[in-house]
Design a protein around this ligand. Structure first.
Ligand SMILES: Cc1cc2nc3c(=O)[nH]c(=O)nc-3n(C[C@H](O)[C@H](O)[C@H](O)COP(=O)(O)O)c2cc1C
Length: 361
């Protein structure tokens, strides 16, 4: 038996095998999803990610149905590759937004911000699209699979934006070995290709990355927002703190600034109003979400990096410059390949030939 004399080719084949389920599900040559980021993931960045071989996802955020329809059409004008749409479960016009996705034949709809209703999943699937949802625990992953969700995303607390309490590494161990029925994508803290390989090797179909795409050349984020990312290190991206159990708030990971203090003041004021019976808990929680949406817009669009919200994941320390999207994706794939190649090179000769056969077969 001859040992392959072309290990780099073998590494690529191995990578293609490792993420083949994710690529087939997304319809893209790499299984790297560009996680939807409200205000950031609009047509330019989303089409750039899909054109570069990733899978872009439009962030609907608080858009109206007409605005979403225009954004989908605008994205389609810039790419003929597949892309998805991220809808926030709490959006008051969710049903209409689902209709817009169906009417515009969007292939993949990602439901964020809580468990989707069974009716929402059914309507999306009946309309011909695939449904993806976030699973913050194994029991929820199982429930989503039973509901007919086509793929799951598990997002650890290292991620930017709204986060759950559990780290990516723990969620991956808890969920990946148990859920084989549908592809599972891993998100949170992925900044390099080596981390992509680690996720794939424990059973992920692919990955979702947000923070690393914020400073893409094609990202419309304000230059001040990008500068803050380039300067920051992992420890600057901190999770917000809940002040009172009477007002449960979903933690948000962001770079610490004056906006962080304003969030605490907003919480304090709402807790006082809640205590005085002037506002219900649901209404107070909605105000918190409006606070974040407004603060994120001020930072991303207006460049107010003092009082706006600089939502960022811990991988922000690996964002060192503005780079074209295609370069970011190529760099991640090259790092993944290099990691596989290093491992291949460290194997004894006989194991290398077996590995070569497996990668090609
Ligand atoms: C600025 C920002 C805005 C985000 N907005 C959304 C959103 O609207 N919907 C959503 O599902 N996730 C949102 N996310 C999470 C990303 O889609 C993605 O899952 C996350 O960034 C992955 O972790 P990473 O930041 O460590 O790469 C946001 C993240 C960031 C940094």
């Amino acid at each position: 038996m001859t040992v392959s004399t072309r290990p780099p080719g073998t590494a690529r084949l191995r990578l293609d095998r490792l993420w083949s389920r994710g690529c087939a599900f997304l319809g893209s040559p790499t299984a790297i999803m560009g996680g939807a980021m409200t205000w950031v993931s609009e047509r330019t960045l989303v089409s750039a990610i899909s054109n570069a071989g990733g899978f872009g996802v439009l962030a609907c955020g608080s858009m109206s149905p007409d605005r979403l329809a225009a954004e989908i059409a605008g994205t389609r004008a810039l790419t003929d590759r597949p892309f998805g749409v991220n809808l926030i479960n709490l959006h008051p016009d969710l049903d209409r937004l689902v209709e817009v996705c169906v009417e515009h034949r969007v292939g993949h709809v990602v439901i964020a911000g809580g468990l989707p209703a069974a009716g929402t999943v059914k309507r999306i699937k009946d309309g011909g699209a695939k449904v993806m949802a976030f699973a913050p625990a194994l029991v929820i992953a199982r429930r989503l699979v039973r509901m007919g969700v086509d793929a799951l995303i598990i997002e650890g607390s290292e991620a930017g934006g709204h986060i759950g309490p559990v780290a990516t590494s723990v969620l991956a161990q808890e969920i990946l070995p148990e859920v084989r029925e549908v592809p599972v994508f891993v998100a949170g803290g992925i900044g390099r290709g080596e981390a992509i390989v680690s996720a794939l090797e424990v059973g992920a179909a692919g990955v979702q990355i947000g923070t690393r795409f914020v400073c893409a050349t094609e990202s419309i984020a304000h230059p001040n927002f990008k500068k803050a990312f380039i300067r920051a290190s992992a420890r600057d991206a901190q999770a917000s703190v809940q002040l009172d159990p009477r007002l449960p708030v979903i933690p948000v990971r962001a770079l610490v600034n004056e906006g962080t203090k304003r969030f605490m003041e907003t919480q304090r004021a709402l807790i006082a109003r809640l205590g005085a019976g002037e506002i219900t808990r649901d209404a107070a929680q909605l105000e918190i979400e409006h606070f974040w949406a407004g603060a994120l817009r001020r930072a991303v669009i207006d460049g107010d990096v003092e009082t706006g919200s600089l939502m960022a994941g811990q991988s922000v320390g690996m964002v060192t410059r503005e780079q074209p999207t295609a370069e970011i994706i190529a760099e991640l794939a090259d790092q993944a390949e290099a990691a596989l190649l290093r491992r291949f090179a460290s194997l004894p000769l006989r194991a290398r030939s077996l590995e070569t056969g497996a990668a090609q077969g």
